[in-house]
Design a protein around this ligand. Structure first.
Ligand code: HEC
Length: 228
C-alpha cells in the first residue's frame, strides 16, 4: 500500500549511458581468457602418490583374504555361527548307561514288565524291589543273557512264564545299560552293572541255549563270587 503512495521512478534509457565502454569489456574478457587453462586432449594422468595408495590397499586386502579365506572352501562359512556358543559347555558326549538303559528298556522290556516296572499280575513279574533284580549282579545278568523258564517266586507271587533270552539280541554294553537302569529305576537302589561284567558272564555261559530255571540261576550266583 505504501508503494502506491510513492512517486513512480523516472524511467531511464540504459543504452544512453553504458556502465562499461567497449574497450573495457574487451580488456576484461581477454584477462579471463588468458587465466583459463588450455584444454588438453585425453585424461590427465593419475597422481603417482594415489597409485601407491591403491597398491597398498590392494596388497593389504590380498594378504587379509589369503589369510582368512580358509582356502575359499564352500563348507567353511557358517551364516548361523554364534560366537557366544564358543563359551558354552560342549555338547554332552559322555555315555550315560542309565539313559541308554531306559531307551533299551522301552524298546525291549516294557511290553511285558511295563513302563513302571510293575509287570502284569499273574503273567509278568515286577522288577521293582525284587531280589532277582537287586540282590546280585550275576542273577539278572544271567537271566537276560540266557532267559528264564519255569516257576519262579517274585515278591511273594509265583510266576510260571517264559522270559526270552536277550544274549543274541543285545550287546554286552546294552545289557549292562538296561540292567543298570532297572537296578536304579522306580525306587530300586542297586549298583550299576558294567559291560565287563556282562562280557565275563557271556564268556562263562553265553553259549548256553536253554533258559535257566530258578534253581539253576541262583546256584550260579552261589558258586560265583559272593553276592555284593
Ligand atoms: C515276552 C515278555 C518279556 C519280555 C519282553 C521281557 N521279560 Fe523279563 N520276564 C518275563 C517273564 C514271563 C518272567 C518270569 C519268567 C518265569 O516265570 O520263569 C521274566 C522275568 C524277568 C526277571 C526276573 C524276575 C523279576 O521279576 O525280577 C528279570 C530281572 C527280567 N525279566 C528282566 C527283563 C528285562 C530287563 C527285559 C528287557 C530287556 C525283559 N525282562 C523282557 C517276560 C518278559
Amino acid at each position: 500500500m505504501s508503494d502506491s503512495t510513492l512517486p513512480p521512478e523516472p524511467e531511464k534509457d540504459r543504452n544512453d549511458e553504458p556502465a562499461l565502454s567497449d574497450a573495457e569489456v574487451q580488456r576484461m574478457h581477454s584477462q579471463i581468457l588468458r587465466e583459463k587453462e588450455e584444454p588438453r586432449e585425453g585424461f590427465p594422468p593419475v597422481p603417482i602418490f594415489l597409485l601407491f595408495v591403491f597398491a597398498t590397499v590392494v596388497f593389504t586386502c590380498g594378504i587379509y583374504m589369503g589369510k582368512n579365506s580358509a582356502g575359499f572352501r564352500w563348507d567353511v562359512y557358517d551364516p548361523n555361527f554364534d560366537p557366544a556358543q564358543l563359551n558354552e559347555a560342549p555338547a554332552q558326549v559322555v555315555y550315560d548307561p542309565v539313559a541308554a538303559g531306559e531307551r533299551i528298556f522301552s524298546q525291549n522290556c516294557v511290553a511285558c514288565h511295563q513302563s513302571d516296572g510293575q509287570g502284569l499280575p499273574g503273567a509278568f513279574p515286577p522288577l521293582v524291589g525284587t531280589a532277582w533284580v537287586q540282590d546280585s549282579r550275576i542273577v539278572p545278568t544271567a537271566v537276560l543273557l540266557n532267559g528264564l523258564n519255569g516257576p519262579i517266586e517274585v515278591a511273594g507271587s509265583t510266576y510260571n512264564g517264559n522270559m526270552p533270552a536277550f544274549g543274541g539280541l543285545l550287546s554286552d554294553r546294552d545289557i549292562a545299560a538296561v540292567l543298570t537302569y532297572i537296578r536304579q529305576a522306580w525306587g530300586n537302589t542297586a549298583g550299576p552293572i558294567t559291560e565287563a561284567q556282562v562280557a565275563e558272564a557271556r564268556q562263562a555261559h553265553g553259549s548256553r541255549a536253554a533258559p535257566w530255571t530258578a534253581e539253576e540261576v541262583f546256584s550260579l550266583s552261589e558258586l560265583s563270587t559272593p553276592v555284593e
